[in-house]
Ligand binder design. Sequence first.
Ligand SMILES: NC(=O)c1ccc[n+]([C@@H]2O[C@H](COP(=O)([O-])OP(=O)(O)OC[C@H]3O[C@@H](n4cnc5c(N)ncnc54)[C@H](OP(=O)(O)O)[C@@H]3O)[C@@H](O)[C@H]2O)c1
Length: 169
Amino acid sequence: MGYGTREETRAVAGWTSVSGKRVIMTGATSGIGLAAAEALAARGARIAIVARSEAKASDVVVRIEAADGIGTAVDVLLGDLSSQASVRHLAAEVLERYPRVDVLVNNAGAVNTTRRLTEDGIELTWAVNHLAPFLLTTLLLDRLKESAQPVWSPRAPTPTGAHASGSTI
Ligand SMILES: NC(=O)c1ccc[n+]([C@@H]2O[C@H](COP(=O)([O-])OP(=O)(O)OC[C@H]3O[C@@H](n4cnc5c(N)ncnc54)[C@H](OP(=O)(O)O)[C@@H]3O)[C@@H](O)[C@H]2O)c1
């Protein structure tokens, strides 16, 4: 996959801080999401993808699992983000299965050229691209916050803002 400029490619290739992190990703069955899931898996992240088709998920799981070279298992969570009941069910499953959630990637989206309403009576593109990420993030926010660990770094900036002058501790 391409990451843009040479500098960006170098930065992403050296990005190992996701190793061991639990990542929940929507829209990983194709496009940008699939490429991102493979890149994250290659760097040691533990991925759970959200998919609305079990068959499609099974196909891409093989690809994502192959990305780290050792076949670390990728979990599949079934959910249709156009349905608020499904989003709530999905969030409940995440909270039950994962005591920690380090990263939530709200990537799923679609652009519909004709007006369609969801089962909740909401325009489909608005429901999937905007309301679903908002609802899912809100439902998982406490778990995301709990999972955030202070990161110690020998090069962290000092609280006094000395980093502004180039100093590090
Ligand atoms: N590509 C671009 O140029 C571009 C530009 C701006 C923004 N974006 C945004 O970036 C994201 C990824 O784009 P992309 O081009 O990689 O899109 P894509 O290849 O069409 O992939 C969209 C993903 O979203 C999933 N999805 C769609 N509706 C869903 C639903 N109701 N429930 C669950 N999953 C659903 C799809 O699942 P299925 O496999 O089940 O269909 C697929 O995994 C999207 O949010 C898009 O709006 C893309």
